[in-house]
Design a protein around this ligand. Structure first.
Ligand code: ADP
Ligand code: MG
Length: 728
């Protein structure tokens, strides 16, 4: 007898009751009190450190001055006391290896005193440097296997924080991670270096504009999209468990067509979840502010207030890990994969990016003409950078998961272009033209004489949701990041390419101003006109999803790097190696190692998907189809015995049988490809995945998805999209 599977308990999942306290009441949250309570803030340091020590530390944090070892000792003592008061037992150097997530190894504060007792101790040396075994972290050839050592170095610009669980608490110290030879093995180091590059060049530009040169910080505010599904479903799907996405599944009868989910009222369980995530984040000093339903069913979004790029990157990691861990309390699983469900919108991360001093956002159009010119200068620098380094921006978001979004009929396309809105576009067009017309019509055209340049409206133009890189009023929004991605590398790329542009614009302007009788306004306008002429092909205000744009972009000479395997190799182009080196962001070795690591991750990700797909098809879907066929045949046979005609049953049996034939064939083809692996080096392995595994897996999927539409629901071995996406 065929075994009929029990149906998944959709009802139990739907009836989940969120936890409340003993009286069934919700806790009252005192926002101001809890914000940052688990962070060793500047405020905390000020109250615990001797004044001179605090001042020295502040100067390190704000101006990048070298840290005196004595100050480190004082900070360590203060930090330890604070942590112990909060019940911490351990400390860890918290870092971001090139796996895209975070790593930590805990050490106890306890030091035996030799007489059977122990005291809690923490020295400046322990604060400043750690030596985790680096051998299990990817190094892309930077670290020979015999030198397993790596070291972590304290990043005083990102505050230490306390992680708490029911079992205890530990102190996390944000650190950079490098090989023993000093090559960076992490996401933080290049980011910090790139922030330094932006600071240096933007200060130079500010000085040219006659502003008081102040520290300039790159700022980031990442918007995070994600799915929440009931764990009842998650743990019944091997693909979700191993790959974070479904490798099979047909579109549900109701998808996002009704558009009734976006900004809709948030389901109760999800709201409870969001509240708790936010509370946890507030306690860690992460300024999570907005939340709403996203377009797809079971999809949501959360965004923090922007911070300097380094802190934003650390906080974004905390945000992702908090979102994942809190979900479990609510019987949910948080999916950060870029494309968990085929045919349903995927999850991206929008990296809002700008640069500014403590009191001025350099991409704020501002209210006065003079500021407008400065704004147009910085804005041009960004556009120039994007035009020149489309390849790098594209490569910075290239990974297996994002291949299902970029260039695959979904926001945004793989072609990098920039949206400026019509009004700004118009201003740029006019400056460009006037540059050519030079003397004649100046006064007559809008905004050409600096003095008559109009105040730019803050929201200079409409919104465009289809652009991968959009100006949104006072910042750019890089929309091509994957949902589960760290923002560090894309931010590093943005910082570096913009630093280079500012550098070049400053040098040109400087040169022009040396001419006798040169006037700042005139030279600046001339320079911008020329520059705009060179980068204008990167500006596009239309619909990025259309086939016409693909054609038009090609005419304009824009790149269209459709897959990870086309985009990644751009990292090690001569142009890009030289760029990173020139601005002290990454050495050739460091870039090359990153390239290797990205390839390796691509290979491993697709390899796991290929193996999982083969396994599921062979051991779950095929048997389900066979059971159904067996039942149909038994029915037909029994009917014949009693003389009942079974035309429909026989037709169905034939259909199922045909699909089973196809499935076996496709599984065999995939299995063969899985076995091959494609060669010894990581390049050819990754290439094999791209060329052979991805299409072979798709072939298997096509048949399985067709079977899903014909095999009875109670035979189907895994929860369907229909189950997973609508229980909230
Ligand atoms: P909108 O997308 O409607 O303009 P917001 O102004 O709330 O919405 O911004 C969206 C995201 O952009 C938020 O995460 C916000 O913190 C971030 N953001 C705003 N200003 C800046 C800035 N100067 N630099 C970086 N990110 C910013
Ligand atoms: Mg947005």
């Amino acid at each position: 007898m065929p075994r009929v599977l029990p149906r998944f308990d959709v009802l139990a999942a739907a009836r989940f009751a969120p936890p409340t306290d003993a009286n069934g009441k919700r806790k009252r949250i005192d926002l101001e009190k809890i914000f940052g309570e688990n962070v060793f803030t500047l405020h905390e340091m000020k109250s615990r450190l001797p004044k001179p020590q605090y001042k020295a530390l502040l100067s390190t944090i704000q101006n990048g001055t070298d840290l005196d070892p004595n100050v480190a000792d004082s900070v360590a003592i203060a930090m330890k006391e604070w942590a112990l008061e909060k019940g911490a037992t351990h400390f860890t150097h918290w870092f971001q290896p090139l796996t895209g997530s975070t790593a930590e190894k805990h050490d106890s504060f306890l030091k035996p005193t030799g007489d059977g007792r122990a005291i809690a101790e923490f020295s400046g040396k322990e604060l400043v440097q750690g030596e985790p075994d680096a051998s299990s972290f990817p190094s892309g050839g930077l670290r020979a296997t015999f030198e397993a050592r790596g070291y972590t170095a304290w990043d005083p610009t990102s505050p230490a924080f306390l992680m708490e669980g029911p079992g205890g608490a530990y102190l996390c110290i944000p650190t950079a991670f490098a090989s023993w030879a000093g090559d960076s093995l992490d996401a933080k180091t290049p980011l910090l270096r790139s922030m330094h590059a932006v600071d240096k060049q933007a200060r130079r530009a500010l000085a040219l504009f006659g502003s008081e040169p102040k520290a300039v910080r790159a700022t980031c505010g990442p918007e995070q999209e994600y799915f929440l599904i009931d764990e009842e479903f998650f743990y019944r799907r091997p693909d979700l468990i191993t790959s974070g996405r479904t490798l099979f599944g047909t579109k549900p009868p109701k998808g996002q067509e009704m558009e009734d989910h976006y900004f809709g009222s948030i389901p109760a369980r999800v709201l409870e979840y969001m509240n708790e995530v936010e509370t946890e984040l507030y306690r860690l000093g992460v300024p999570a502010t907005t939340r709403h339903n996203e377009v797809a069913p079971a999809q949501y979004e959360m965004a923090p207030i922007y911070e300097d790029a380094n802190q934003a990157a650390d906080h974004q990691q905390l945000m992702m890990s908090t979102m994942r861990s809190v979900a479990r309390k609510y019987g949910l699983v948080c999916l950060l994969h870029e494309k968990p469900f085929q045919g349903i919108n995927g999850s991206g991360k929008h990296l809002n990016w700008s640069m500014g001093t403590a009191d001025q956002n350099l991409l704020e159009p501002g209210d006065t003409p003079h500021q407008n010119m400065q704004f147009l200068f910085f804005c041009s620098a960004v556009l120039k950078a994007v035009a020149r380094h489309q390849d790098l921006l594209r490569a910075s978001v290239a990974h297996a998961g994002n291949d299902h979004r970029l260039g695959a009929n979904e926001a945004p396309p793989a072609i990098i272009s920039a949206f400026m809105g019509e009004q700004l576009q118009d201003v740029f067009n006019q400056i460009e033209k006037a540059g050519e017309a030079k003397t004649s019509k100046q006064g007559g055209l809008m905004g050409l004489g600096v003095n008559v340049l109009p105040t730019l409206p803050k929201h200079a133009g409409d919104r465009n949701r289809t652009s991968p890189f959009a100006f949104t009023g006072n910042k750019f929004e890089f929309r091509a990041l994957g949902g589960g991605q760290s923002i560090s590398f894309p931010a590093t790329v943005l910082n570096t390419i913009v630093a280079e542009s500012i550098d070049e614009l400053c040098t040109k302007l400087d040169g022009a101003l040396k001419k006798k009788g040169a006037k700042f306004d005139v030279e600046l306008r001339k320079l911008l006109a020329k520059e705009i002429h060179e980068f204008k092909h990167i500006m596009f205000n239309g619909d990025n999803y259309t086939a016409e744009w693909v054609k038009e972009a090609k005419k304009r000479g824009l790149l269209n790097l459709k897959s990870t395997m086309e985009a990644l190799p751009k990292l090690v182009d001569k142009k890009n190696l030289a760029l990173f080196k020139k601005y002290g962001v990454m050495s050739h070795r460091e870039v090359e190692s990153r390239f290797e690591i990205c390839l390796d991750q691509y290979f491993k990700t697709v390899n796991i998907e290929g193996e999982t797909g083969q396994h599921m098809a062979q051991t779950m879907y095929l048997p389900a189809a066979q059971r159904y066929l067996s039942d149909l045949l038994a029915t037909a046979e029994a009917a014949e015995d009693v003389g009942v005609k079974t035309k429909g049953v026989v037709t169905t049996a034939k259909r199922v049988n045909d699909l089973i034939d196809q499935l076996v064939e496709k599984i065999d083809a995939l299995a063969k490809r899985n076995q091959e692996l494609g060669g010894d080096d990581v390049h050819s392995k990754a290439e094999h995945m791209h060329k052979h595994i991805v299409p072979a897996l798709k072939d298997v999927r096509d048949v399985v998805d067709r079977l899903e539409r014909i095999v009875p629901d109670d035979y189907w071995p895994v929860p369907t999209y229909r189950d997973m996406l609508f229980v909230k």
